[in-house]
Design a protein around this ligand. Structure first.
Ligand code: ADP
Ligand code: MG
Length: 233
């Protein structure tokens, strides 16, 4: 699903250059649930943003679902993001003046899906995350965990090939974090490929593979038997 070879990324700041990714190699197969770990500043978000076609590497190759991601125009990049990827963020990134169902339906609107179909789909995904009864509520009427569930439903709405999550539990208390991880595990059990960034070891233990980033390189890449989040909620 994802093939990355010798990926490099630097940031320029004036005359200084910060070499953040120094030759990343890794592959992710369909159905994997991978956590990317590393201390703050280790380049986790940089890597996830490149995987998400929100940013581009300086060197190296990235193949996503047999499609080479290189030198894309902003229009094509947006098209690929819509077609291949769903995003989940630490801070949920919901639109405050839209209710839950409209937030979930928004990516479908941008894809030109008609009103009836997008509302049906949005409700379907809200049901899936256990929030059918909250469809008409605004984000500020929802708890943090509920907001993240809405964001997950939104990420799923366009049936992406890969879900990318940057610290999805970073703003949640432990119990709520595990509830969100239970949902992520369930979605993965249905076959969805998921990559998540975290710096919390207990969250990483709930994935099937832990990739450790340090000083711009992968220093460890280990498959594990995931801890079931359900047992801890
Ligand atoms: P992490 O997500 O692991 O905390 P990041 O990928 O956000 O790390 O950042 C890696 C390094 O790159 C940090 O030192 C950060 O300050 C720097 N960095 C990230 N984004 C930019 C940017 N747009 N411009 C300049 N430096 C950046
Ligand atoms: Mg980060």
């Amino acid at each position: 699903m994802i093939e990355i070879k010798d990926l490099h990324k630097s940031y320029q700041m004036g005359s200084n250059s910060l070499h953040v990714l120094k030759g990343i190699n890794f592959n992710v197969k369909k159905g994997e649930l991978v956590s990317i770990m590393g201390s703050s500043g280790s380049g986790k978000s940089t890597l996830l943003n490149i995987l998400g076609i929100l940013d581009e590497a300086d060197e190296g190759s990235y193949i996503l679902d047999n499609t080479s991601i290189k030198n894309l125009s902003e229009k094509i990049a947006a098209e690929y993001r819509n077609k291949f990827l769903g995003f989940i963020f630490q801070s949920f990134n919901l639109i405050n003046y839209k209710n839950a169902i409209d937030n979930v339906a928004l990516p479908l609107y941008y894809q030109g899906v008609g009103r009836k179909e997008r509302n049906d789909k949005a409700l379907h995904y809200l049901e899936k995350v256990g929030l059918a009864n909250w469809a008409t509520h605004l984000p500020n009427e929802l708890s943090g965990g509920q907001k993240q569930r809405v964001a997950i439903a939104r990420a799923l709405a366009s049936d992406p090939k890969v879900l990318l999550a940057d610290e999805p539990t970073g703003a949640l208390d432990t119990k709520t974090s595990y509830e969100v991880m239970e949902l992520i595990q369930n979605i993965n059990d249905e076959g969805k490929t998921i990559l998540l960034v975290t710096h919390e070891p207990d969250i990483a233990q709930m994935t099937k593979r832990i990739v450790d980033l340090k000083d711009g390189l992968i220093i460890n890449d280990t498959r594990i038997e995931p801890v079931k989040a359900k047992a801890h909620v």
